[in-house]
Ligand binder design. Structure first.
Ligand SMILES: Nc1nc2c(ncn2[C@@H]2O[C@H](COP(=O)(O)OP(=O)(O)OP(=O)(O)O)[C@@H](O)[C@H]2O)c(=O)[nH]1
Ligand SMILES: [Mg+2]
Length: 384
């Protein structure tokens, strides 16, 4: 991993972070790349930046196509609370799974490469709206324009489902997909992320965990123009890991592994199947009645992995509770809900009432705008 990039490279990276449009970012990244010295220590970084550049070029190109009304665009606008992209090799059962989850009826048969373009659908469960995207199949090649388009969708997604046909070399399918993802700068293993940096608007730099000297971490961040952030470190994180996190060289995507065609391979044991740690495995049984179970498992898992909470709002005039929750990040406060509902509500905020029989002794509880919310809270905001 890179360390000690020259000051001019750091200065160029600040430009990358400040870029507001994709075009600006592309230009800034290209300039940054030209200032990075090329040697063993920067090899990985250079590769990742080149990939980021080609990814941006593809996105800009595909947005242009979309605006021009052309059909070939692979870009899919996010809808709902979470975007989940299905990935897999030909005939692995992606479309069969997609149909079970979304209630749509896209063609799914033994013909390989049946799905020609990405197809969105909606999975509604647990109050969550999960946009599921069926994709054309990946091919077992590390140098394929086809794969790159599909991996671009994966990079934009909030979460991934690796669909693996259990009846034909499941381990090979899984490890090849992991390889393709890694090369694209995506990891599905949370523990590989040793450093997370959450930018803040004020409050300086706070560091949680890790064994590094705080002043060194702060110094490094400042060199890259970061003055306010919450930095979380694992115990084995190094300064190089911090720098890699600043340079955004790898993105973590929570993932599910979905095994299909287990009926065709009933003797498959968990020993022969080297299941990845930290990635939830689900069995797709291919029965319509099984889809309720799958939907519930998927939505529970994504809710937890993406640190989301569901907040229901109560109308002070009618006492009616919203049927669909606001989906927010863990740590959200009453004021964030007020802001989401209406900017005026935030300005004229008086107090809020919270109902949640699972966690509060008395409901409703009267709270101020700093109160931190939890999953399934019902909130009524009283304004002046
Ligand atoms: N026996 C069995 N067949 C399955 C299962 N899941 C999917 N299939 C069948 O496998 C074939 C391929 O499924 P698709 O859903 O088209 O696979 P895909 O990954 O979308 O493949 P392409 O889009 O064509 O690349 C279809 O004939 C499905 O009916 C399963 O769990 N068991
Ligand atoms: Mg398909």
């Amino acid at each position: 991993m890179p360390a000690n990039l020259p000051p001019q490279a750091k200065a160029k990276w600040i430009k990358v972070m400040e870029a507001k449009t994709k075009e600006e970012k592309l230009k800034a990244l290209t300039e940054f790349l030209s200032t990075v010295p090329k040697h063993k220590g920067t090899e990985k970084l250079v590769m990742q930046i080149k990939r980021q550049i080609s990814r941006l070029k593809e996105e800009i190109e595909s947005e242009k196509l979309r605006k021009g009304g052309a059909r070939q665009s692979t870009f899919i606008e996010k809808e709902g609370d979470i975007q989940l992209v299905l990935l897999g090799f030909p005939n692995s059962g992606k479309t069969a799974l997609f149909n079970a989850l979304t209630g749509l009826n896209m063609p799914s048969s033994d013909a390989p490469f049946e799905t020609r373009k990405p197809q969105p659908g909606m999975l509604k469960e647990n109050g969550l709206e999960i946009q599921v995207i069926d994709t054309p199949s990946l091919v077992p090649s590390t140098d394929s324009a086809r794969n790159n388009q599909i991996l671009a969708l994966a990079f934009n997604a909030d979460a991934l489902a690796l669909v693996v046909d259990a009846s034909s070399n499941p381990n090979e399918q899984r490890s090849f997909m992991e390889k393709l993802l890694t090369e694209r700068g995506i990891t599905i293993f949370e523990e590989q992320v040793k450093v997370t940096i959450e930018r803040r608007r004020s409050g300086g730099i706070s560091i949680v965990g890790g064994r590094l000297r705080n002043d060194q971490v702060v110094k490094l961040l400042r060199e890259y123009g970061i003055y306010h952030a919450l930095v979380k470190l694992t115990d084995d994180a190094t300064l190089d890991d911090v720098e890699a996190a600043i340079l955004e060289t790898i993105a973590y995507k929570p993932a599910l592994l979905v095994l299909t065609k287990l009926d065709l391979n009933p003797f498959l044991s968990s020993d022969t199947l080297m299941l990845p740690k930290g990635v939830k495995t689900l069995h797709f049984k291919y029965h319509p009645r099984d889809s309720d179970y799958l939907k519930r498992e998927i939505s529970d898992y994504l809710l937890a992995k993406l640190n989301l909470i569901r907040i229901y709002t109560r109308n002070p005039k009618t006492g009616q509770v919203s049927t669909r929750p606001l989906v927010m990040r863990k740590g959200a406060r009453v004021e964030d809900v007020a802001r989401r509902i209406h900017s005026g509500l935030h300005e004229n905020f008086k107090y809020a009432l919270i109902w949640n029989e699972h966690r509060l002794k008395f409901s409703p509880m009267k709270v101020g705008k700093d109160f931190e919310l939890a999953d399934l809270d019902i909130v009524e905001i009283v304004a002046q």
